[in-house]
Design a protein around this ligand. Structure first.
Ligand SMILES: Cc1cc2nc3c(=O)[nH]c(=O)nc-3n(C[C@H](O)[C@H](O)[C@H](O)COP(=O)(O)OP(=O)(O)OC[C@H]3O[C@@H](n4cnc5c(N)ncnc54)[C@H](O)[C@@H]3O)c2cc1C
Length: 385
């Protein structure tokens, strides 16, 4: 049995983000940790690949530049249940492909001397008095601390923290080559959101994101919905796709485990990060959050290994008290407003007020620190600017 102070399960942005943040805090400790990944990079991940500005800012804080192919998005067209609104406000998003992006983060870990074993799936985890025994397809390990960065279906969460099936959303997407100018979004650096079906019972939206795949322009088209689904998502996606192509497109679906206030994020010797902990229920965004969870988990793991307190309670409190926890709680509230029974009122307010829309997007994207400011400041800005 190989022993490690820390094992990180999963090498998506939450796993590599945790490792890179730990390296920033304590390079020697980070080099003693091990990342276990069941796939081999570059691996496919079902994802639209939109990086909001706060994700790119977090990467810059880790000295990581966005070198993989991407489309910069500077405007958006949002269709609400009753009208179309447009918005442009500087950089809104950068669209990457996850195979390339995640492989680049893994490469950045390797450049810093961090250990990653790919092609090794975690099969079982069991707590003992000193930590966690981890059995994989390649062997058995022991770790004082385990970080569950293994995504929405997290085995770490299910085995060591507890399952919560009520917090699943569903997303289905396809990549459509753009050859005939059927969609203007790629050239105009725009992404589209369609909330029309909220009126018909869809707790979610459809999207179209411009992206590069193998050097060719594409549009990534998809649908996101909380469960229970409310409408037939496959049919709804087919209707939406008609505007982009008349060819059959391959669909890829994936569940999204989203955050709920009070949900356990830790247990003795275990911390959850990224989708394993919980993504954004409103839009299904999770890359920026994964990097933010990673920063807090790195601090908590370092502290636990220094003090010998492996209860995980400090991490739970740290997330809840942090700007991340505050943003997640507000996202849950906004989700209830826009997808709940009062949707008409909230969409009507967003349709009518340019200020509200601009501030909402700045808050969501983390521009000018808006995701870290108080509700009073936001209210003042709404009434006075
Ligand atoms: C259709 C769709 C569209 C999306 N669009 C966006 C978007 O535009 N922008 C955005 O920010 N977010 C988006 N998301 C959400 C985003 O994909 C996730 O929030 C993000 O991937 C979370 O990162 P993570 O590292 O927590 O998990 P993941 O990226 O899922 O990584 C988990 C890793 O753990 C590995 N793993 C799993 N089980 C094991 C095991 N047993 N042993 C070892 N390794 C294991 C996996 O192979 C994987 O590499 C989308 C999601 C979907 C489904």
């Amino acid at each position: 049995v190989e022993s490690y102070p820390l094992i990180i399960v999963g090498s998506g942005p939450a796993g590599t983000g945790t490792a890179l943040h730990l390296h920033r805090r304590d390079p020697a400790l980070a080099r003693e940790a091990l990342i276990l990944e069941k796939a081999r990079h570059p691996r496919n991940k079902v994802c639209a690949g939109g990086l909001i500005p706060s994700a790119v800012e977090r990467l810059a804080g880790l000295d990581i530049e966005l070198r993989v192919p991407h489309v910069r998005v500077t405007s958006t067209e949002v269709t609400t249940p009753s009208r179309k609104v447009e918005l442009s406000d500087g950089d809104l998003c950068w669209v990457i492909r996850r195979a390339e992006f995640d492989a680049a983060l893994v490469e950045a870990c390797r450049e810093r001397g961090l250990a990653i074993r790919e092609g090794e799936a975690v099969l079982a985890l069991e707590r003992d008095g000193r930590g966690v025994r981890v059995r994989t397809t390649g062997g058995t390990y022991h770790a004082r601390m385990v970080v569950g960065a293994d995504g929405s279906g997290s085995i770490v969460r299910r085995r060591l923290v507890g399952e919560d099936r009520r917090r699943m959303a569903r997303a289905v997407m396809c990549d459509v080559p753009l050859s005939d100018g059927t969609w203007s979004g790629f050239v105009s650096q725009r992404y589209d959101f369609d909330f029309r079906q909220v009126a018909g019972g869809l707790p979610g939206y459809r999207w179209a994101f411009p992206c590069w795949i193998d050097g060719r322009p594409h549009v990534n088209v998809g649908i996101y919905s909380l469960e229970p689904l409310g409408v037939d998502v496959n049919r709804s996606l087919s209707d939406y796709l008609d505007a982009f192509t008349n060819q059959p497109a391959r669909r890829q679906a994936f569940p999204i485990h989203y955050y709920r206030p009070g949900a356990p994020l830790a247990a003795p010797h275990v911390l959850l990060v990224g989708d394993a902990a919980g993504a954004d229920p409103l839009m299904g965004e999770g890359i920026s959050l994964a990097l933010e969870y990673g920063a807090l988990a790195a601090a908590a793991a370092q502290r636990a290994l220094e003090t010998g307190d492996f209860s995980g309670a400090g991490y739970q409190r740290a997330v809840e008290a942090s700007p991340l926890g505050k943003k997640l709680r507000r996202l849950c509230m906004v989700t209830r407003l826009f997808y709940g029974r009062g949707w008409r009122l909230w969409f009507a307010l967003a349709e009518r007020s340019v200020r509200l829309r601009t501030l909402g997007i700045r808050w969501y994207n983390g521009i000018d620190g808006w995701d870290r400011r108080s509700g009073w400041e936001a209210l003042r800005a709404l009434l006075t600017t």
